[in-house]
Each structure stands twice: as C-alpha cells, then as structure tokens.
Design a protein around this ligand. Structure first.
Ligand code: FE2
Length: 437
C-alpha cells in the first residue's frame, strides 16, 4: 500500500513546527474521512430499504452491503488493528461484510449478499455512525500507520461509491418500471462531438507508474521503464452514432471481428448492443436506460457500458485497435499533448469541484485498454491482509484508464489502473481507438 506523504525539510524546521504540521495533516485527513463517509450516504438519498437490499447478479452488491462493507474496512483495519480496547459494533458483522480478505476469516458467498434482509438499512446506518464516532473519538491519539490505513479506506470507500451507482443501475434495469436512481438533474450532452483527430503518441523509452508522491494504490507502481512503438491515439471516445453504425453493419452477427472468447460470449448471452440500449416500437435502438431513467439515445454521447470483447471487436471493425495502458498513461502525463488537456478533466480536487460545480462530466467513461492487469516489474504486494487489495486479482482481467461520470471527484489520476474481466460491462466503460503508424 502506498500512502500519502508529507515532505518536510527537517533541517530547517523546529520540532514544534513539525508537530503542528502533523497535527494539521491529521485534521485534514479527518475532514476528508468525514466528507467521504457523508458522500456515500448522500448517494442513497431516495432509496428504500428494499432498493438497498436486492442484488441483481453476483458481480453487483446491494447498496446496503456497500455501506456496511466500507464501514467494516475502517472497523477492521483501523480500529481493531490500531485502537486497543475497541469494542466492535456487532461481532457477527465480519462474516457478512468481509469481501475477499482471506486473512480476515470466512464470509458469506458473494452471490448471497442480496439475501441479507437483516440487518436493515437503518441498522447499517447505525453501524456507520458507531464507527464514525469511534474514529473521531480516538483520532487525536491515532498512530501515523493508522492514518495511512485511513487514507486507503477513504479511497476504498470512493471505489465503492462508484460501484454503488453501477450496481443500483443494474438492479433498476431489471425492473420493467425502469425507475430512475436520481431525478433528472442534468441533460444528456447535446453538443456535437469534435471530429476525431489522431494525436501522435510518444515513442521509444518512457517511464510509467506512480512516482511515490501522493496516494496511489499498490498496483500503480513501481515506476518503471517501458517501450513505445510509433502510434496515434484518438482525440475523443467512440460515440453512440459510431457504435450504431457497427450494429447496423452486423457487428454483433458476424464472427469476423471478434476474439474467439468474445464471439462465444456474444452467442451464449445473445448480445446485440451495449448494455442498457433499448429499442422503440419500430425495432430501432433509440433509448438508453441510465441513472436518470430512460433517455433518448444521444448519437453524440460517448458509447457506454460495453465489454472489453465489444471494445476490441469495434476497434477491429473500424480498422484500428485499443491503446495499451503505457500508450494511454504516457499521453496523459505529456505536458505537450492535447490528450493531456482532455485528461485534465479528471484532475479534480475539491476546490475546483466547488468552483466548477456545474461542469458537465456526464460524457466521461472508463477507457478499455489492450493491456492485461499484470504486476509491474518489481511489484510486491504489501504484507498483511491489505496485501490482498489488488495483487491477487492479477489474472484474466484487463486494465481501464481514466475515470467515469460516476467516479468521485479527486479519486482518479493518470497512473490509476482500474480492472475488470473482459465480459463485464455494467461499469461506465467506453472506447478510445489507437493506431500503429
Ligand atoms: Fe471493498
């Protein structure tokens, strides 16, 4: 686990100043903790206990489970490991809310989370309040190590905030009433997308990976040397109109462009369009289910909810390919690249969020890359249970870069490596093309 670091020049700093700095950093972290926890509860406004309990598929967890699991994380890794005498809220909860940490004991099957009609949503909120109060109470005397785990816990909870949204969207999509998660507060983008430009990527030797400054998940490092062959990256993502052309051209009915596994997935699951696309009475793809309910399919909006298999097939149909994660990251950090300007939209901090509250980020998508989620050279998972966070999932998954319209403000960065299995598409996933030159 990498954690945030403060850089203080000890040679020119008095002991009192150092203590003051570390007190101030701890206070800032506590405020961040409270803001993150409050945001999770803002996201569930308007949801009933029933909404928060049901589970639509094993990959998606109930809202209630997300709220409790993120709390279990702080209770287990901060309070139980670093606060002597802490009394857990309920000794039965770890069996319910441990996700996958073998070192922390047995747990219910992932696909059974939706059977937890008890504890109720109200009881889960009490659990959250209990842990929040305990953190606040001990914060003054908490160790630096516990603060580091708290930082990890905040980023972990932000990941679950996005999952909470993608999972409730998937649940509501199973309901013929197609309920909206959120009242329609923003209009889908109507602007015509820029015409696609090809941006020249860097070539030769480059460095990628987290450099140790600020927080990053363990899988983002070590920073290392990689090699790039000449290539271009598309200046924008593939749109719904472009995807519709793929559909109309028989993209889902001909094996030509598909990986063998992808084609088997298409056939076995009767896949014929992005997840949540809907047809009208004239049998035309014209609408899309979203967090705001059913919207008309906007031709100019980046396509969303496509799997790696679909992204790869589309790219091959179009005569291009998906970018590698090295190509993507080296463009995102290149100060001279127009790509960097686009990526800047992800680089939100709270101050900018407050200033640009009305900026429309609804067109942001996680971008599939052609790169398998593998350890960078020299990667070693940290010791202890938190070492299970990412490293043990480096098998059979592909990396996504960037962030999405559901990614919490300030959560992502240029080195961020999201990862999913190639058939999964209930996340806010889109496609950027690349080409060899
Ligand atoms: Fe988790």
């Amino acid at each position: 686990m990498s954690t945030s670091t403060m850089h203080i020049d000890i040679r020119n700093t008095s002991r009192e100043t150092l203590e003051e700095s570390s007190r101030s950093a701890a206070q800032t972290l506590l405020e961040r903790y409270r803001r993150t926890r409050a945001r999770s509860e803002e996201l569930i406004a308007g949801l009933s206990d029933a909404d928060a309990t049901a589970q639509s598929m094993p990959d998606a967890s109930p809202v209630k489970w997300h709220l409790a699991h993120t709390t279990w994380f702080f209770e287990t890794f901060v309070l139980q490991e670093h606060v002597p005498g802490y009394i857990p809220f309920d000794s039965r909860y770890p069996y319910l809310f441990n996700s996958y940490y073998e070192a922390k004991g047995p747990r219910i099957l992932r696909g059974s989370r939706g059977l937890l009609t008890r504890p109720t949503l109200e009881e889960i909120l009490s659990y959250r309040a209990y842990v929040d109060a305990a953190i606040s109470k001990v914060w003054e005397s908490i160790s630096v190590c516990a603060q580091d785990v708290t930082i990890l816990g905040c980023h972990h909870e932000q990941q679950h905030q996005e999952l909470l949204l993608t999972d409730i969207l998937h649940l509501f999509a199973q309901n013929p009433l197609f309920p909206a998660v959120h009242a329609r507060t923003s209009v889908e983008l109507c602007k015509t997308p820029e015409s696609l430009k090809w941006l020249r990527g860097r070539k030769g030797q480059v460095q990628i990976g987290h450099d140790g400054d600020g927080f990053a998940f363990d899988c983002e490092g070590p920073r290392h040397t990689a090699w790039l062959t000449p290539h271009d990256l598309a200046s924008r993502l593939v749109t719904n109109a472009e995807w519709l052309a793929f559909v109309i051209d028989g993209g889902y009915s001909k094996a030509d462009h598909w990986l063998s596994d992808g084609w088997a997935w298409v056939r076995e699951n009767d896949i014929n369009a992005p997840l949540y696309w809907l047809k009208n009475s004239g049998n035309e793809w014209s609408r899309q289910f979203s967090l705001n309910g059913i919207l008309s399919l906007n031709p100019d909006t980046p396509v969303c909810h496509v799997s790696y298999y679909e992204a790869d097939a589309f790219a091959r149909w179009a005569g291009y390919r998906l970018p590698t994660e090295t190509e993507w990251e080296s463009a995102a950090v290149d100060q001279s690249s127009e790509f960097r300007v686009n990526f800047d939209r992800f680089r939100w901090d709270q101050d900018r969020a407050d200033a640009d509250r009305h900026m429309d980020l609804s067109d942001l998508r996680w971008e599939w890359t052609a790169s398998s989620f593998l350890p960078y050279p020299g990667f070693r998972a940290p010791p202890g249970a938190v070492g299970e966070y990412n490293g043990k999932f480096m098998s059979g998954q592909f990396v996504l870069r960037g962030g999405s319209c559901a990614t919490p403000i300030g959560h992502t960065r240029a080195t961020y490596r999201n990862f999913f299995y190639p058939h999964q598409r209930w996340q806010f996933t889109g496609v950027r093309l690349a080409r060899d030159i």
